[in-house]
Each structure stands twice: as structure tokens, then as C-alpha cells.
Write a protein that binds this ligand. Structure first.
Ligand code: HEM
Length: 354
């Protein structure tokens, strides 16, 4: 069927003109910070890559602790382009988390969370949490020594939370220690539960973006500014950004395929120099700052409580920042955002080199 015939087939059944009208009318504010508007689209594009490569891998992966490690070795050595899909999935995940952090800090520093976009902020924040859990659950699926030890440390850390810690630890592990049951559980999270929540929340997030339109930074609102049509101007720039990101991910995947260590052995001692994924490093580095005992209380528990309070504060920031709610400049919250950003960066770098 030719394109014009396909179009008339649809227009006889659906009101295509209304959609065309809606897309045609959509505009995006033009100002010196507009580059921030592309970060969400980049995250979206990377999610699509993750879904496609993940689906390919799931056709061959065996989610059983006796065979999981071997099935990945088979994927990278025997399957046509299998190494490439695995490497693409690995690097896509790393760049997706970087893109999400950049998107978070752009929206934080431009105060895009302010009234009426609170729900946009909350849905995005939960999406970041889910993405980090995607990373942790996917890491274990490799079932090699390093992934096993790192997940043992990460789930053990959750156990230090007061009251709910031991429940969360046992829930994540599916028992007292990391075992084949944890693998089954993490597989279910990685390929079924998390994707379901992600698709739902991305739909809510994008719907809210369409409801509110793009926010204008407080430092720009008063000035004489123009709006750019979304289609084709901004849409083409989105495509260029996606092409650049695709280039970066494919280059990394080709040049640096991730290594696979020996099969996990729950009875063997943890390999030396175990480090969690880079986005957990700031947490582990913070834990190291605290002594074992503080005023007779467990130092790790106090550290985890303080970290949780810091994350909760960031989550609820739209309610605390009253000035930007009223449309006034709020320098204090810009500084708070900058301090969070530098703390994260410095602790991550120290975690890397220590
Ligand atoms: C799967 C993860 C996510 C996807 C796919 C996504 C996608 C998007 C897209 C496409 C936009 C519109 C363009 C833009 O501003 O970049 C947007 C806007 C927004 N996002 Fe996200 N986002 C995600 C996660 C997050 C996170 C982690 C946060 C922060 C906690 C967040 C907060 C916001 C806010 C406040 C806006 C409105 C920006 C404005 O009006 O200026 N999002 N998101």
C-alpha cells in the first residue's frame, strides 16, 4: 500500500488532522539554557535502546544459577553479533544513568520542579530510582564473582536501615544470603516488574510534560523571549542529539566490551578490590566517613539514615522551595543543588581512585 493510500485509510477512521494540529501548535521556549530540554529526550532514546537490546539478550539468557554464567559466555562467543548486543546493553545502561543524572540536575538547577510541575519531578525521581535498580538487578544476571560480591555488599548495606532494613535485605535476597533464589528474583525484577513500572511512569511523565509545556527558567521569565516551534525545529535537534548518543554508545560498545570474570562461587572469599557500580560509589564513600560507633550507636546505621534524609529532602524539594513556588528567584536552592552536585561528583571520583 502506498503512503498516500495508507494515510487516507487512517484518516477515514481517525481524526489525524487533530493530531497534526496539536503537534503543529506545540512550541518550546527559546533561551540560553534551552540545551537542558534535550536531556529528557536523550534518556528516552537510551531507554528504547535498552529495551531492544534487552529483548535480544533475553532470547538466549538462561536465568538459572547453574547455567546463567555459561549462557552469557555462549551469547558473546557463539551467537552472531551476540558480543555486540551485550556490550551495547552494558554501555547503554551506563550512559542512560549518566543522562538521567544530567537531566535531574538540569531540571533541579532551572527549578523546573516548581509549581505546577511537582508531579513531574516526583515521577522522574522514582524513574531514576527504578533505573538504578535496573542496573543492580542486571549486574547480578552475569553471575560472575564480581557481580555476586557487589550485590552481596549492596543488599547488605540496605540491611543497615533501622526497622525495615532486615526485611528489605531478606526481600531482595530471597533468603538470608545471595543465592540462586536472588538470581531468580532479580531476573523477575529486571525483565518484568521494573519494565512494567518504567513504561507506565514514562507515559505519566511525558503526559505531564505535554499538559504543562516546558518550563521557563526564573531568570528568563521576565525578559522578552521567543518560542520555537517543536516541529520541525526542536524535533530535528532531538534527532541530532540521539544520533550523537548512538555514535557514543556504539563506539564504546565496540571498543570496550565488558569483561566476564569466573563463575560466582557463594563459598569462595570475595575477590580483592571489590567496587560497586559507579553510581553507588558516593554512597559507599560516605559510609567510609563515619566511624563504627557514634555515641554508642552503630555508625553505619547513622550514615544510612543521614543519606536517606538527604535523598528524601531532594525528592520533596518542590515543597521546600517556597520562593520559586511564588515565581521568585531562590538563590539558596540553587546553592543547595550545586552542593548536592559537587558532593556527588567529588565522592564518586574519590571512590574511583581510592
Ligand atoms: C526514564 C527516565 C526519564 C525520562 C525518559 C524523562 C523524559 C523527559 C522528557 C522527554 C522531558 C521533556 C524534555 C526535557 O525537559 O528534557 C522531561 C521533562 C522533565 N523531567 Fe524527565 N525524564 C526522566 C527522568 C526524570 C528525572 C530523574 C527527573 C528528576 C527528578 C525528571 C524531571 C523532569 C522535569 C521536572 C521535567 C520538566 C522540564 C521542564 O518543564 O522544563 N525526569 N522528562
Amino acid at each position: 500500500m502506498s503512503f498516500p493510500r495508507l494515510r487516507s485509510w487512517f484518516s477515514e477512521r481517525y481524526d489525524i488532522e487533530r493530531i497534526k494540529d496539536l503537534v503543529g501548535k506545540k512550541t518550546v521556549p527559546a533561551h540560553r539554557y534551552e540545551i537542558a530540554y534535550y536531556t529528557g529526550g536523550i534518556a528516552l532514546f537510551l531507554f528504547v535502546i535498552q529495551f531492544i537490546t534487552g529483548m535480544v539478550l533475553s532470547l538466549y539468557y538462561i536465568p538459572y544459577f547453574e547455567q546463567a554464567h555459561h549462557s552469557i559466555i555462549e551469547i558473546v562467543t557463539k551467537l552472531n553479533m551476540g558480543w555486540f548486543f551485550r556490550s551495547l546493553h552494558h554501555w547503554g545502561a551506563q550512559i542512560a544513568i549518566i543522562a538521567l543524572f544530567v537531566h535531574l540536575w538540569c531540571t533541579l538547577l532551572l527549578k523546573a520542579y516548581r509549581k505546577p510541575r511537582e508531579l513531574l519531578w516526583f515521577s522522574g525521581f522514582v524513574l531514576l530510582g527504578i533505573s538504578i535498580f535496573f542496573g543492580l538487578s542486571g549486574y547480578l544476571l552475569l553471575w560472575d564473582e564480581r557481580a555476586f560480591a557487589a550485590v552481596r555488599v549492596a543488599t547488605g548495606g540496605a540491611g543497615s536501615l533501622p526497622f525495615v532494613g532486615s526485611f528489605i535485605k531478606a526481600f531482595l535476597r530471597g533468603g538470608t544470603d545471595v543465592s540462586g533464589d536472588t538470581l531468580t528474583r532479580f531476573y523477575a525484577f529486571h525483565v518484568s516488574i521494573l519494565p512494567l513500572f518504567t513504561v507506565f511512569l514514562i507515559a505519566v511523565h511525558l503526559l505531564l510534560v505535554q499538559c504543562h509545556g516546558m518550563s521557563v527558567p526564573l531568570s528568563v521569565t521576565g525578559q522578552n523571549r521567543k518560542d520555537t516551534p517543536f516541529f520541525p525545529n526542536v524535533f530535528y535537534k532531538d534527532l541530532i542529539a540521539w544520533l550523537i548518543i548512538l555514535g557514543i554508545v556504539v563506539t564504546l560498545a565496540t571498543l570496550l566490551p565488558p569483561e566476564i570474570l569466573g563463575k560466582a562461587d557463594p563459598l569462595a572469599p570475595a575477590p580483592e578490590n571489590i567496587k560497586p557500580e559507579w553510581y553507588f560509589l558516593f554512597l559507599f564513600q560516605t559510609l567510609k566517613l563515619f566511624p563504627g560507633v557514634i555515641f554508642g550507636l552503630n555508625g553505619e546505621t547513622i550514615a544510612i539514615l543521614l543519606i536517606s534524609a538527604g535523598i528524601l529532602f531532594l525528592f520533596l524539594i518542590p515543597f521546600f522551595d517556597r520562593k520559586s513556588q511564588r515565581g521568585e528567584k531562590s538563590t539558596l536552592f540553587t546553592w543547595i543543588g550545586v552542593i548536592y552536585l559537587f558532593y556527588f561528583l567529588i565522592m564518586t571520583v574519590i571512590g574511583f581512585i581510592s
